[in-house]
Design a protein around this ligand. Structure first.
Ligand code: NAD
Ligand code: IPM
Ligand code: MN
Length: 354
């Protein structure tokens, strides 16, 4: 029987409550592959930072490396500056573990109302490949003359040929398993160094995939088309910041942030990959018991995929789709009155028998 060790970082706000539910569902689903999942909860969060002055212990990375995968809730607390908490755990993790593929599916489920008019179930079905280790998120820069009128802040975008090429190749490989269409998101009309390199590499990579339809779109026009005609997108490949922004948009046009799952993948498997909902710690609803656990549950589904537990992952997705289609049990973000627990229980009840 295959056994896997999974590090769990619930984090802040609604993070722990949705992650607990995701574990419950994954634990029931994994029976379909007869696998054992050994969950290792780690108390690393902004509260931990307030108590210890650190987001994680000094040997935190070594601890994480000893796992097959990481399941994460959300990091961010109103009382601690985001640039401290996010730069103490989440963002360095994506770089240290070379999780360069940030996979973010957006699918309009049957039974879910898009805020866009007349969208049929399944008509929006895209997969965003977000570059996750460089670009606009490279922590390169500095500040000078702080607090004075001539204060300077420099934040350097970093684009490498290798970094662009590997995310683009991943996107094309992914497209071959879908509708064979890749859209690259750019801003080379204004950002004439990094984004021009991005476009050049895209053109080069395209040549190796003549069977896949490809095109480029400026990010501002892409933002419009995510709303105007989201059904035209299949695979989308974007830089770190553009991918971040566009995936909140793809989440909401498919119904809610509470449904958006993501995987931070190290394809070479040198390091553990990390799975987390796209949403944050949602301080506005934290502790109220009304957060939608489905984004976390679907993220656990991506984790099961990554571990090769295909039957379990499919069973989990089937159960989520059934609950959404039935429509009786849903949290307020989807227009319902149910609690986090009631939704997770409905998914558990909808799981096909192993
Ligand atoms: P957010 O995603 O936490 O919340 C945005 C809105 O969506 C809120 O109205 C919230 O109530 C709603 N929402 C989000 N998830 C939901 C769910 N599962 N069910 C129902 N409603 C949900 O974004 P924010 O408010 O901009 O950020 C809050 C904090 O989270 C900040 O500190 C931010 O930096 C952090 N953050 C962390 C991550 C992460 O850890 N991966 C991601 C995004 C934001
Ligand atoms: C996300 C989040 C993070 C990001 C923040 C919390 C740093 O918004 O995962 O989408 O920008 O990558
Ligand atoms: Mn984001």
């Amino acid at each position: 029987m295959a056994a896997f060790r999974i590090a769990v970082i619930g984090g802040d706000g609604i993070g722990p409550e949705v992650i607990d539910r995701a574990i419950q569902v994954a634990d029931a689903a994994r029976r379909h592959d007869n696998a054992v999942l050994d969950w290792n909860p780690l108390p690393w969060s902004s509260i931990h930072y307030q108590k210890t002055g650190q987001m994680m212990p000094p040997d935190g990375w070594d601890i994480l490396r000893r796992h097959d995968a990481i399941l994460l809730g959300a990091i961010g607390h109103p009382d601690v500056p985001d640039h401290i908490t996010l730069h103490g755990l989440l963002l360095p993790m994506r770089r240290k573990f070379d999780q360069y593929v940030n996979l973010r599916p957006a699918y309009l489920y049957d039974g879910v109302q898009s805020p866009l008019r007349d969208k049929a179930p399944g008509s929006i079905d895209m997969m965003v490949y977000r570059e996750n280790t460089e670009g606009e998120y490279a922590p390169i820069g500095g500040r000078l003359y702080q607090g004075t009128p001539h204060e300077i802040a420099i934040q350097t975008n970093t684009f490498t040929r290798r970094g662009c090429e590997r995310i683009m190749r991943a996107a094309f490989e992914g497209a071959r398993k879908r509708r064979k269409k890749v859209t690259s998101i750019t801003k080379s009309n204004a950002q004439t160094f990094g984004m021009v390199l991005w476009d050049e590499v895209f053109k080069d990579v395209c040549r190796d995939y003549p069977d896949v339809e490809s095109g480029s779109l400026l990010v501002d026009a892409a933002a419009m088309d995510f709303v105007r005609k989201p059904e035209v997108f299949d695979v989308v490949v974007a830089s770190n910041l553009f991918g971040d922004i566009l995936t909140d948009l793809s989440a909401i046009v498919t119904g809610s942030m509470g449904l958006a799952a993501s995987a931070n993948i190290n394809p070479e498997r040198t390091f553990p990959s990390m799975f987390e909902p796209v949403h944050g710690s949602a301080p506005d609803i934290a502790g109220k018991g009304i957060s939608n656990p489905l984004a976390a549950i679907l993220s656990a589904g991506l984790l099961l995929d990554h571990l090769g537990l295909d039957k379990s992952a499919n069973a989990l997705r089937q159960a989520v789709a059934k609950v959404l289609k039935d429509g009786a049990v849903r949290t307020p973000d989807l227009g319902g009155k149910s609690s986090t627990t009631e939704v997770a229980d409905a998914v558990l009840a909808a799981l096909p028998r192993a």
